[in-house]
Design a protein around this ligand. Structure first.
Ligand code: 6PG
Length: 484
């Protein structure tokens, strides 16, 4: 019999590693946690292995699970995004009562979350789409959490989520992001930035390994050194670990036996697709997504390897490059390209927030991304300061601090893109980010000729720099200009 004193403050549905770790995290903070998994084995395993870590109430039916939750009931779904999530939402909504809260902690597409939130509101259920970042370790010891949904739900959920989130300078890495799909939207962009972050690290590795001829262990030392400076971040830290790892079977560096074909579950793609619709040039994230796709086009790559003219390449030695100088130049190119990716990511978040009316505060995001999440990094403190100083910053790159940083980075950035080209090494994000940067600051862009072309073949008109209005040149007639 469930009596009030032994009901659970929070419940978790879906007990794969992420779900189990999240449940254990709640239990480790003193909460009574209801747990349920469609196949009971996972529930039994969690209790067998970690039942003494705290107060769990295990159920083998959704109905018993819901009955074990104190009102207003709060259940977090940690199952695969898509139909599985819809199925669990429906089961929970049927078993729950008015005012109860369903939280989707998976990487759901924010449009699905907007739909689900509406559907659940019609049934007097609260629905919260919450991005949860930090992987398995983060779920257990402190993730960064990005809940959307009704403000009213946050009043109830906030203290619970704050109790399990990572904490930086005394501030939990969780806040209410905004209504309906806002949480899953910013998680999606977080992942897009993550892709770009990982790709620029990969490009730096590529240059040091196949340009400068450094061994993985030596490059690991370089990354460990970079991790003590402006690039201090989780991804730089783990890259050094990956580079140090020796494959037990062959005795070779593990990185040399891993197939160079990158997987992607989809959040990076979603970020780019949405940016295209919003008209936001997330070039760094886009190139990172395409780089993963190209790397996985193994048959096409095999057909192209050694089968395409290279042109006149140079070797590192022929370019007479100083290795220490080159390493520092690569660090600066990585940092500059990373800045572009974050600036573009925040542009997309602003555009999404404006489009959907969410009122997302970029300062809040930078604050909760300082810890727990995959892109956690020291320089996020600088992004917080940037938006503190000017909440309406037109672009992160234009913050005075970052402008100053770019002043120190730009020459190396250009040099590295040139050298990579001469070495014949691909740096899609380094180079596209530099072109984005030069486009952003350019006095005139090739768009003028594009407008002329569009007007010539489609009479799509153009504007002028010297007067208001829209105009068309009568290309097939006397080529006089008329105001359209
Ligand atoms: C996180 C991660 C996580 C991501 C997986 C795999 O924030 O904890 O971003 O949500 O889904 O790491 O992502 P990809 O398969 O897309 O690389």
């Amino acid at each position: 019999m469930n009596t009030p004193e032994n009901l659970a403050q929070i419940g978790v549905v879906g007990l794969a590693v992420m779900g189990s770790n999240l449940a254990r995290n709640f239990a480790s903070r003193g909460h009574t946690v209801a747990v349920y998994n469609r196949s009971p084995e996972k529930t039994r395993t969690l209790i067998a292995e970690h039942g003494t870590d705290g107060n769990f109430i295990a159920s083998e039916t959704i109905e018993d699970f819901v009955a074990s939750l104190e009102r207003p009931r709060k259940a977090i779904i940690m199952v695969q995004a898509g139909p599985a999530t819809d199925a669990v939402i429906s089961q929970l909504a049927d078993a729950m009562e008015d005012g109860d809260i369903i939280i989707d902690g998976g990487n759901a597409l924010f449009n699905d979350t907007i739909r689900r939130e509406k559907e659940m509101a019609e049934r007097n259920r609260h629905f919260v789409g919450a991005g949860i970042s930090g992987g398995e370790e983060g779920a257990l010891n402190g993730p960064s959490i990005m809940p959307g949904g009704p403000k009213e739900s946050w009043e109830t959920l906030g203290p619970l989520l704050e109790s399990i989130a990572a904490v930086v300078d005394g501030t939990p890495c969780v806040t209410h992001i905004g209504p309906d799909g806002a949480g899953h939207f910013v998680k999606m962009v977080h992942n897009g930035i993550e892709y770009a972050d990982m790709q620029v690290i990969g490009e730096a590795y590529q240059l040091l390994r196949f340009g400068a001829g450094m061994e993985p262990a030596e490059i690991a030392d370089v990354f460990a050194e970079w991790n003590r400076g402006d690039l201090d971040s989780y991804l730089i830290e783990i890259t050094a670990e990956v580079l140090r790892q020796v494959d037990a079977e062959t005795g070779k560096p593990l990185v040399d036996v891993i197939l160079d074909a990158a997987g992607q579950k989809g959040t990076g793609r979603w970020t780019v697709k949405e940016a295209l619709d919003l008209g936001v040039p997330v070039t760094g994230i886009g190139e990172a997504v395409f780089a993963r796709a190209l790397s996985s086009s193994l048959d096409q790559r095999k057909a192209a390897q050694g089968n395409l003219p290279t042109g006149a390449l140079k070797t590192f030695q022929e370019l007479n490059l100083d290795k220490e100088r080159f390493v520092e130049d690569v660090r600066r190119a990585l940092y500059a390209s990373k800045l572009v990716a974050y600036s573009q990511g925040f542009d997309e978040i602003k555009a999404g927030s404006d489009e959907y009316g969410w009122g997302v505060d970029p300062r809040d995001l930078a604050t909760i991304w300082r810890g727990g999440c995959i892109i956690r990094a020291k320089f996020l403190n600088r992004i917080v300061e940037a938006y503190d100083n000017d909440p309406a910053l037109p672009a992160l790159l234009l913050d005075p601090y970052f402008k100053g940083e770019l002043g120190d980075l730009i020459d190396s950035w250009r040099e590295v893109v040139i050298v990579a080209t001469q070495l014949g090494l691909p740096v899609p994000v380094f180079s596209s980010s530099l072109s984005y940067y030069d486009s952003l600051r350019a006095e005139r862009l090739p768009a003028a000729i594009i407008q002329g072309q569009r007007d010539f073949f489609g009479a799509h008109t153009y504007r002028r720099i010297d007067k208001e209005g829209t105009f068309h040149t009568q290309w097939s007639g006397d080529r006089s200009e008329i105001e359209s």
